[in-house]
Design a protein around this ligand. Structure first.
Ligand code: HEC
Ligand code: HEC
Length: 264
């Protein structure tokens, strides 16, 4: 019985280790130059038709004429891709992607940062307190975005988009950037914690952040198998030790008398 368990434990360790190593290797491959190259291909195919190959702008027709992107904050570019506002679906000029997936979006970010050195950075989101967030949201955002973040109409008949359902990073990006007619909220108006609180409140309004199935999930499967393997192995060791204790009389010095180990 312990031998079978030990075998199972070892097998799980091997499989878990393999899965983790594989996931890490894939992640490593995605990190380097490959990502920048892929991002460049995506940008040239999905964005440059309207924004220009050097971000100079002015390449689309009429309504689709893209503004220059040379001085844009990377968080703003990221926001437009997270919300699905960019790219603009335009099959007539070869733009066929409606919503980029996480990997594509990150590759374009990597390309823009590496090639054009855009300012800014993608923000992070910490833990927040929804009750405090609700107060702050009502005071700062509800007038335009609606009491539950479901959007509305601002002055001059401008449509205001809903916020419920947006991923947390997009929420932070939008608040700090203030796209188009929206005022920007910098840290002197809403500090990092207050913004995290607002995000926590909006997460309650819609508890479904988007996440692509990818490396992270695979990694977790590997870790889980590895952990089960470790636990099993520990159980087997404990069991063997407890039996050994029961069988050998507690005789001081008995180890010293045993035969020295000789490799065969
Ligand atoms: C079919 C044309 C088209 C394509 C393709 C396109 N855009 Fe745009 N983009 C526009 C237009 C037009 C605007 C002006 C904003 C508006 O009216 O919605 C814009 C605005 C933007 C803005 C805001 C710029 C500002 O100054 O406010 C960003 C950022 C942006 N686009 C990024 C991208 C990225 C990244 C891609 C590729 C993933 C992309 N766009 C693809 C046409 C396009
Ligand atoms: C004066 C009205 C107004 C106020 C106040 C306001 N917003 Fe906005 N917000 C807008 C408008 C208008 C847009 C859409 C801009 C555009 O055309 O892209 C917007 C866009 C956004 C976006 C991007 C959403 C998307 O789908 O592109 C986020 C995120 C956002 N707001 C968060 C907030 C938060 C959080 C607050 C409060 C701290 C806030 N806003 C306060 C008017 C407002």
């Amino acid at each position: 019985m312990p031998r079978v368990l030990a075998l199972v434990a070892v097998a799980l360790l091997v499989v878990g280790w393999g899965a983790m190593a594989g996931a890490q290797e894939r992640a490593g491959r995605d990190d380097g130059r490959d990502e920048v190259v892929r991002g460049g291909e995506l940008f040239q195919a999905q964005c440059a038709t309207c924004h220009g190959t050097r971000l100079e702008g002015g390449h689309g027709e009429g309504d689709l004429d893209g503004p220059p992107m040379t001085d844009l904050d990377i968080a703003y570019v990221d926001l437009t891709m997270r919300t699905g506002r960019m790219p603009v679906l335009a099959p007539e000029v070869g733009v066929r992607i409606d919503q980029l997936d996480d990997e594509q979006r990150e590759a374009i970010n990597a390309y823009l940062l590496a090639t054009f050195d855009l300012p800014g950075e993608i923000p992070t989101v910490g833990a927040g307190e929804a009750a405090r967030g609700q107060e702050l949201y009502v005071r700062n955002c509800a007038a335009c975005h609606g009491a539950a973040g479901d959007g509305g109409i601002a002055g001059g008949d401008n449509a205001v988009p809903p916020l419920a359902g947006l991923d947390p990073i997009a929420l932070v990006e939008g608040t700090r950037i203030g796209p188009f007619t929206m005022p920007a909220f910098d840290e002197s108006v809403l500090d990092v914690q207050q913004l995290d609180d607002i995000v926590a409140y909006l997460a309650l309004a819609d508890a479904a952040p988007r996440s692509a199935v990818g490396v992270r999930e695979l990694d977790q499967v590997g870790e889980a198998l590895f952990a089960i393997g470790l636990a099993l192995l520990a159980a087997v060791v404990l069991w063997v030790v407890s039996r050994a204790r029961r069988w050998s009389p507690a005789e001081p010095g008995s180890f010293a008398r045993s035969e020295p180990f000789e490799p065969r």
